[in-house]
Design a protein around this ligand. Structure first.
Ligand SMILES: Nc1nc2c(ncn2[C@@H]2O[C@H](COP(=O)(O)OP(=O)(O)OP(=O)(O)O)[C@@H](O)[C@H]2O)c(=O)[nH]1
Length: 295
C-alpha cells in the first residue's frame, strides 16, 4: 500500500525534543558497545515505521535478532504477508506477544545459538567460553520491558503504557549461556519520514515528542479509509461503523472527527480524537494493519 497520508498533513505535526534525542542516542550506543547480540523489537502493526534507518550502522557486525512484537494485534493473514516479505529481504522475523509470552522462548534460543559461534571463536583464540551478552532495543513503547520480563520469567523491569519509561544498566542472567542488559535501549524516534512518524504517533510509539491528537486521529481515519478501498479483505468490516455506529467511508479524516464528535461527544472534537486513538491502541477497533509490505 502506498500511503499519501502526509500530503494531507503538511504541517510539521510531530514536535521532537532534540536534547532528549541526543541523550537517547548516546545511551543506546553505550549499551550496544557492551553486547554480542541485539534483539531489535518492532511493532508488528508497523514493522517498517518502527525501523530506524541507522540501525544496521549501529548494530555493525553483531548478531541481530528481529522481533515483531504485538503479534496479537495483527491477523494471521497479515503476519504471513510479512513473513514472505521479510524472506525477500533475507530476514527472519520472530513474532512475539510480550504481554502473554508467546514466541519468547524462541528468542532466547536464537540468542543462545549466537553464543555457540561466539564461543567457538573464543576457543579458537585460546580464550575461555562465556555467556553471550544481549540487549533489547526498540522505539519507545513497543514492548521492550515486557519482553525482558518475559525473557527473565519474572517481573523486574518496569513495563508501562506510558512511553519513555526506562532505567539504568545492569546485567541479568537468563541462563548459563545468556546474559541480558536489564535496561532496554530506546531508539530515538526522530524520523524525517512524516508518514512513518504519523504511524508511530497513532500507535503511541514515539516517546518524548508531542503531537496534535486531532491531526493524528484524522490521519488514522484516512488510513482506515484507504485500507478499506485498497485491501478490504485484510481489515475488519467497517471497523469505525461497528464501534461508533458512524461509517467513515464518505468522510475525510478531519470531517469524520467532527461528525463523530457531534454524534457521540457533544461536539467535543478533541475528545473524539483521543477516544479514537485510545480505542485503536487498545485493539477495540479490531486488528487494523496500519502498514502492509511494500514491493
Ligand atoms: N497487546 C500487546 N500489548 C503489549 C505487548 N507487549 C507489550 N505490550 C504493552 O505495551 C505497553 C508498553 O510496553 P513496555 O514493555 O513498557 O514498552 P517499552 O518498549 O519498554 O516502553 P519504553 O520504556 O517506554 O520505551 C504496556 O502496556 C505493555 O503491557 C504485546 O505483545 N501485545
Amino acid at each position: 500500500m502506498r500511503s499519501s497520508l502526509t500530503n494531507n498533513y503538511k504541517l510539521n505535526l510531530i514536535q521532537w525534543y532534540p536534547g532528549h534525542i541526543a541523550k537517547a542516542e548516546k545511551n543506546l550506543k553505550e549499551q550496544l558497545s557492551r553486547v554480542d547480540v541485539v534483539l531489535e523489537v518492532r511493532d508488528a502493526r508497523i514493522p517498517l515505521a518502527t525501523h530506524h534507518p541507522q540501525m544496521s550502522e549501529w548494530v555493525g557486525s553483531k548478531t541481530r535478532i528481529l522481533v515483531l512484537n504485538r503479534v496479537d494485534m495483527i491477523t494471521p493473514q497479515v503476519r504471513s504477508l510479512w513473513v514472505d516479505w521479510f524472506k525477500t529481504q533475507k530476514e527472519v522475523p520472530y513474532f512475539t506477544n510480550a504481554q502473554q509470552g508467546q514466541g519468547v522462548a524462541a528468542i532466547s534460543k536464537a540468542a543462545q545459538a549466537a553464543g555457540v559461534e561466539l564461543n567457538q571463536r573464543r576457543r579458537d583464540r585460546g580464550m575461555l567460553p562465556r555467556p553471550v551478552r544481549a540487549v533489547v532495543i526498540g522505539f519507545p513503547n513497543v514492548g521492550k520491558s515486557a519482553l525482558i520480563n518475559r525473557l527473565l520469567g519474572r517481573r523486574v523491569v518496569e513495563s508501562a503504557a506510558r512511553p519513555g519509561v526506562t532505567r539504568s544498566l545492569r546485567w541479568v542472567r537468563i541462563s548459563e549461556q545468556l546474559e541480558l542488559l536489564d535496561a532496554p535501549g530506546v531508539i530515538p524516534a526522530k524520523l524525517q519520514n512524516q508518514d512513518a512518524a504519523l504511524k508511530l504517533a497513532i500507535c503511541d510509539d514515539i516517546g518524548q515528542a508531542s503531537y496534535d491528537n486531532q491531526l493524528v486521529a484524522s490521519a488514522f481515519v484516512d488510513l482506515v479509509n484507504e485500507l478499506q478501498a485498497t485491501a478490504p479483505d485484510l481489515l475488519p468490516q467497517l471497523p469505525l461503523q461497528t464501534r461508533y455506529e458512524l461509517d467513515s467511508t464518505n468522510y475525510t479524516g478531519e470531517s469524520y472527527l467532527h461528525a463523530l464528535a457531534e454524534h457521540r461527544y457533544k461536539g467535543d472534537v478533541e475528545r473524539a480524537a483521543r477516544q479514537l486513538l485510545t480505542d485503536f491502541r487498545k485493539g477495540l477497533l479490531g486488528t487494523i494493519p496500519l502498514e502492509l509490505p511494500v514491493n
